[in-house]
Design a protein around this ligand. Structure first.
Ligand SMILES: Nc1nc2c(c(=O)[nH]1)N[C@H]1C(S)=C(S)[C@@H](COP(=O)(O)O)O[C@H]1N2
Ligand SMILES: [Mo]
Length: 200
């Protein structure tokens, strides 16, 4: 991989294990659903069972994956449902500006609607041609490859359309609201113009 493909402050590790906060949830296919709610065009919202979700159109993307802890995994191939196809099946209301991605156990991450709809953003079921492993998000996970990895929510269960921004799990705990690795948007204090790290 060309060095200029690596965002500032990132390196390629020799190997890498799964990264997450808390335990790996068990998949219960009969209880599982994916909900799209909040500022949906249809006030009733949307819900797919596992079988229903498997019937959505499928896409693929290949992208580098950047974790804020500084490792980058080059050229990961993902397959699943594109955010564009999800939004077509579950259209947001005109006022929707942001999206909250919800996982099992209450983990969440917010992204701007434009970031959600970027090319390459997927609700992934497969990685390198194989079903996701439990540690990597089985049965589905977000892949938002142009932002730091904490936005790529594993064990995704709901997509909430927002009419104003709200911070997710890490965004409330000192991490940057946008998370663009190319401009090293790592920490929330960087959102404050002209300010350095807080003096503790
Ligand atoms: N539900 C959930 N998703 C999550 C996390 C988490 O703690 N919980 N961690 C995030 C972080 S910080 C990273 S870097 C990636 C890691 O994905 P991987 O374990 O497949 O490499 O998952 C993201 N998705
Ligand atoms: Mo991460």
């Amino acid at each position: 991989m060309a060095q200029d493909r690596l965002p500032p402050g990132q390196y390629i590790p020799r190997d890498h294990s799964a990264v997450h906060y808390g335990p790996v949830p068990r998949f219960r296919p009969h209880r599982w659903d994916l909900r799209v709610y909040g500022a949906t065009e249809d006030p009733a919202g949307h819900r797919w069972t596992w079988e229903g979700f498997c019937g959505l159109p499928r896409s693929e993307c290949v992208a580098d994956f950047h974790c804020v802890t500084r490792f980058t995994i080059p050229a990961v191939r993902w397959q699943g449902v594109s955010s564009a196809d999800l939004v077509e099946a579950a259209p947001p209301a005109a006022e929707a500006t942001h999206v909250m991605l919800w996982a099992e156990y209450g983990y969440s991450a917010n992204v701007r609607m434009d970031d959600f709809l970027r090319d390459g953003v997927l609700l992934a079921t497969h990685r390198e041609g194989e079903e996701l492993t439990p540690e990597h998000g089985f049965p589905i996970r977000m892949v938002v490859p142009h932002l730091y990895g904490w936005k790529s929510v594993k064990w995704l269960r709901a997509v909430e359309y927002l009419t104003s921004d709200r911070r997710g799990f890490w965004e409330e705990r000192g991490y940057h609201n946008i998370a663009d690795p190319w401009s090293e948007q790592r920490y929330s204090y960087q959102e404050d113009p002209g300010d350095g790290p807080p003096l503790i």
